[in-house]
Design a protein around this ligand. Structure first.
Ligand SMILES: Cc1cc2nc3c(=O)[nH]c(=O)nc-3n(C[C@H](O)[C@H](O)[C@H](O)COP(=O)(O)OP(=O)(O)OC[C@H]3O[C@@H](n4cnc5c(N)ncnc54)[C@H](O)[C@@H]3O)c2cc1C
Length: 533
């Protein structure tokens, strides 16, 4: 069995940063990803226009095809739902959108990168829902800076407290149609700020930038097509000693021996691996001594609309050139952002808030409103009896919107109509009304509102905290029960804010890996890294 200082499980947004951080700090690491490494030809620049019918009729990907971003020409960047099943229970309609390849969903994401603020980290202290984060913006700021400068952040310095400014590498400004929108919205609601979208730069490359840095150290071994089934513990169950995986090309079960395990397989998958890592000392799953594992799973309340613009926008058409030419780059849909302003609403009827992001050209517009979902104890991921094609038990997702989430969605819809009316934007959904309502049933409970999962911002399930009785990992992202196992992907979020989560996932990962190495008394191959409790 091969031996390494550390194993990184999953090489998406979190895992690529874990690989970078650990190898930069001198560790010899192995990174295991369930999928293959892509070729440049897997990331085409141009494809034909999407046919709605081709999406709807996608037979091998009936879940993935329901994502608004799914394109038949990019179907290989989304999982084959038949080979990667999961189950929903308890009235849940959770559509789990995922990719299994080195780089994970970094090959499909829209790159909107917003920091969380101290108000987000501490909301539970004010409204009593869930638990506060055990860290604050000051703890993460150096790691946010590092991530933003490594990728490059295209943004402005807005000075908006709801979304602290990032480390800007490319100045971004609102284009003319968005400036007109800003004037109208801010004149009507002075507390609403329309700011340029904040976007991480990313070359179209099979190997994301942080992973390239890790490989350049010569200290990273990459195991492709390696689906991790479980974390292996020593006899006493107090220390991880390796991971077990299925080699997807041979079907054989293999093991590597390591001193540190960093779980970065994405929120639901990481929770699944923890459940499947049962041991005599952890009979109910790893990290589940206090019945916390898999609980408090969240997504965002997701409301969308699009349409055509009024005459003042169309007057800006001459000389107009769009920001991006590549229609596959979802960042092309990001012009502006309105941070959460709901604190100023009169009697909103819900707690927490939502933000608005959108695209505006002289002739067309589109907006997506992401609302913070509360961390409900019974919104839980567990394991089902059924197994996937690798013989690993599948995830059982029981997550649904509760009263506060539904009240916020009503407010999101109302706000969208208010914004459109004030800014002279016409809401025009494609297709005639009866057909539209029929087709929309595949993606949401009502026209304009999308099912859980489709915001693709799932978080929670192994939350961070100060108190082992109410959390799965400590403030350094170490499992309370087995501190040489880190959980650094979205599973560790105690609450989710209304900002897109990936920038925070990256920063949390950099911080946790850095602390794991600096907190280690000595670094020895195959020996636990991290303090014991
Ligand atoms: C179309 C789209 C648009 C998005 N836009 C944005 C946006 O603008 N802003 C934002 O913040 N977020 C956005 N997201 C969400 C963002 O992509 C995710 O939050 C982010 O990728 C999560 O990072 P992760 O590392 O946890 O998971 P992933 O990036 O999904 O990576 C998980 C990795 O683990 C691997 N893996 C899975 N299971 C196993 C296993 N058992 N063993 C080994 N490896 C495994 C997978 O192959 C994958 O490489 C978007 C997502 C999509 C799909």
């Amino acid at each position: 069995m091969k031996t390494f200082d550390a194993a990184i499980v999953g090489l998406g947004a979190a895992g690529c940063h874990a690989a970078r951080a650990l190898t930069a700090l001198g560790l010899r690491a192995v990174a295991l990803d369930a999928g293959p490494e892509l070729a440049p030809s897997d990331l085409p620049e141009r494809v034909p226009t999407t046919s709605l019918w081709r999406k709807v009729l996608s037979r091998r990907q009936p879940v993935q095809a329901r994502s608004v971003s799914f394109h038949p020409a990019l179907a290989h960047l989304y999982v084959d739902d038949r080979r990667n099943p999961y189950r929903t229970r308890g009235g849940s309609t959770f559509l789990w959108i995922r990719g299994r390849q080195v780089g994970g969903r970094l090959h499909t994401w829209a790159r909107m990168a917003l920091r969380l603020s101290d108000a987000d980290f501490t909301r539970a202290l004010r409204d009593g829902h869930g638990t506060p984060w055990p860290i604050r913006h000051a703890d993460l700021a150096p790691y946010y800076d590092l991530v933003e400068s490594l990728h490059g952040l295209s943004a402005a310095r807005d000075g908006v407290p709801q979304v602290p400014d990032g480390h800007v590498t490319v100045e971004r400004r609102l284009l003319e149609p968005a400036l007109l929108f800003k004037q109208r919205v801010e004149a009507r609601w002075p507390e609403r700020r329309v700011i340029p979208a904040r976007v991480l730069e990313q070359p179209r490359d099979p190997l994301p930038v942080p992973l390239r840095h890790a490989l350049a150290t010569g200290r990273l071994e990459l195991l492709r097509n390696a689906a991790v089934a479980r974390v292996l513990l020593d006899d006493g169950g107090s220390r991880a000693v390796g991971v077990e995986y299925v080699d997807a090309t041979t079907g054989c079960t293999e093991r590597v021996s390591v001193g540190l395990v960093v779980l970065c397989a994405s929120t639901i998958e990481t929770v699944r691996i923890l459940w499947n890592s049962r041991h005599a000392r952890h009979p109910h799953g790893l990290g589940n001594a206090d019945d916390q594992l898999g609980r408090h799973v969240m997504d965002h309340g997701f409301v969308v609309a699009a349409g055509s613009t009024g005459p003042d926008y169309r007057a800006l058409a001459s000389g107009w050139s769009p920001r991006h030419a590549n229609p596959l780059d979802l960042a092309a849909d990001l012009d502006f952002y309105i941070p959460d302003f709901t604190a100023s609403l009169d009697a909103p009827g819900f707690v927490r808030g939502f933000g608005v992001q959108g695209k505006l050209t002289p002739t067309q517009w589109g907006m997506a409103l992401f609302g913070e979902m509360l961390p409900h104890r019974d919104n839980r991921v567990t394991l089902a009896r059924r197994r996937d094609s690798f013989g690993i038990p599948i995830a059982n997702v029981c997550v649904r919107r509760r009263a506060n989430d539904l009240a916020m969605i009503r407010a999101q819809k109302h706000t969208l109509h208010e914004l459109a009316a004030c800014a002279d934007l016409r809401i025009e959904m494609p297709l005639p009304a009866p057909l539209r309502a029929l087709l929309w049933r595949a993606v949401g409970p009502e026209v304009g509102v999308l099912h859980l999962g489709l915001s693709i911002h799932e978080t929670g399930g192994a939350r961070m905290g100060d108190d082992p009785a109410h959390s799965v990992v400590d403030p350094h992202n170490r499992l309370w029960d087995v501190p040489n196992v880190l959980v650094t992907d979205g599973a560790c979020f105690p609450s989710t804010g209304c900002q897109n989560p990936t920038l925070t996932i990256m920063a949390v990962t950099e911080r946790a890996c850095s602390l794991a190495v600096s907190a280690a008394p000595t670094r020895q191959t195959g020996t636990a890294v991290g303090r014991s409790h």
